[in-house]
Design a protein around this ligand. Structure first.
Ligand code: CA
Length: 430
């Protein structure tokens, strides 16, 4: 199945800014509410949102085996379950419809009125119903930094870390789309020098710069996915801010790992960029030494060159970029993560989400959390309004962005942004 949607020479008859994350070569998938309050599956070219449900009803996907209501749903789960061949046929067809040489829709004013929306006319939703969510811990730099802070340099990496992609099962109920504000969590923490915990607002609320991949139906109970096939089951990627409360986490994490310090909120960017669209940006990953066990050995380039940044915008101030990282720094790639996740026969379903873990690079300005950027608060960052940050303050907005770029094209993810509000106020709730 050719990937004609990726043709770098193609232009669209829709306007696309030069630095847009969404040229006609991207064609991501999302779910939005339209100006008429109808929920639909859509895509985006430049700053125009496209209603795929309406396009399908008007006959533009003729010849592709799709059920009539595949895009008239409030999640992408069923479309994702149709598999890679269908995703490719649909992306290729969308590219044809919006190609500058194709006049069919371009010259049909009535159809365009039904199908096209400005971004301010729509409201993005969560793109999938996430059944299960797993978070990995796959950046060696991040694991080393955190391990050094908590256990000292000699014991920074646990003995298993270089042999398997460490992960834990997270909670999907608190995964939110970009733009939804969250409250500072409360919980138990252990004050320094004390052996008795206290209850109150977390003082160390942090972001984690991550990406996450969304899977399709992959395997039945008991059936492992071989690493060579793992990427066939990855639909696409989103930006992922895995909000964390470091003081709650530190007190609770032994012996079973992350719990309430992690599951109060995690935010994703609303457009899923397909793995197909990212094909031109494959790159070698870090060298793996020692050599992983055979079920984790792979051929070819399984890492992706995706530039990432994090900005903090205090209330009433301009944003400041605090980190520049890259998805390519991940020690364990997505194929290894999926092969490992299923090697014991654990089933993976359409709409499951796997977080990469915090993506820290090798330099101090490429760390993916405040914990590392300020080294546990020892080196505060200065904002544009001269205020200092050790962690995230009330009313700060954290914004993450990501894009790939080569001589031919720029494919981006847009952004995921979340504002942190003060603790939930019970008195206000009537
Ligand atoms: Ca995480």
């Amino acid at each position: 199945m050719p990937l004609s949607a990726n043709n770098p020479d193609r232009n669209s008859w829709l306007h696309v800014d030069k630095n847009s994350d969404f040229p006609i070569q991207n064609i991501p998938f999302g779910v939005f509410l339209t100006r008429d309050d109808i929920i639909t599956i859509g895509t985006r070219i430049g700053d125009t949102a496209i209603d795929l449900g309406a396009l399908h009803q008007l006959g533009y996907f003729k010849g592709i085996p799709l059920t009539d209501d595949i895009f008239l749903q409030d999640t992408l789960n069923d479309f994702i379950a149709d598999g890679r061949k269908t995703w490719r046929l649909v992306r290729n067809r969308i590219a044809e419809i919006f190609d500058s040489n194709n006049k069919t829709l371009k010259h049909n004013t009535k159809h365009k009125e039904i199908v096209l929306f400005r971004l301010d006319e729509i409201e993005m939703q969560l793109p999938v119903q996430i059944g299960d969510y797993t978070d990995f811990y796959a950046s060696k730099e991040h694991a080393t930094n955190v391990g050094t802070m908590f256990r000292g340099k000699e014991n920074a990496l646990m003995p298993n870390w270089l042999h398997l992609p460490v992960g834990y099962h997270g909670r999907s109920s608190s995964i939110i789309p970009s733009g939804i504000p969250i409250h500072r969590p409360q919980g138990q923490t252990l004050p320094a020098g004390s052996d008795t915990p206290v209850f109150g607002p977390s003082q160390l609320v942090d972001f984690e710069l991550e990406m996450a991949f969304i899977t399709t139906d992959a395997n039945d109970l008991g059936e492992p996915i071989p690493i060579d096939e793992a990427e066939d089951y990855i639909f696409g990627l989103v930006l992922f801010n895995d909000w964390s409360a470091r003081d709650i986490q530190k007190w609770e994490y032994v012996p079973l790992g992350p719990f309430l310090g992690k599951n109060f909120a995690s935010a994703i960017s609303p457009w899923i960029v397909t793995l197909d669209a990212l094909e031109p940006f494959r790159i070698e990953g870090p060298e793996q030494d020692p050599k992983p066990l055979p079920y984790l050995q792979f051929k070819g380039k399984k890492s992706f060159d995706i530039n990432l940044e994090v900005a903090i915008r205090p209330k009433d101030a301009k944003e400041k970029v605090v980190s520049n990282s890259n998805f390519k720094f991940m020690y364990w790639n997505m194929a290894q993560q999926l092969a490992h996740h299923t090697v014991n026969g654990c089933p993976v379903n359409s709409g499951d989400m796997m977080g990469s873990g915090t993506i820290s690079g090798p330099t101090e300005n490429s760390y993916g959390s405040m914990l590392e950027l300020t080294w546990r608060g020892e080196k505060p960052l200065t904002m544009k309004d001269k205020s200092e940050r050790k962690f995230i303050n009330d009313y700060d907005t954290v914004i993450m962005r990501g894009f790939c770029e080569n001589d031919d094209a720029r494919i981006g993810f847009g952004e995921v942004k979340t504002q942190l509000l003060p603790i939930f106020n019970y008195k206000k709730k009537k």
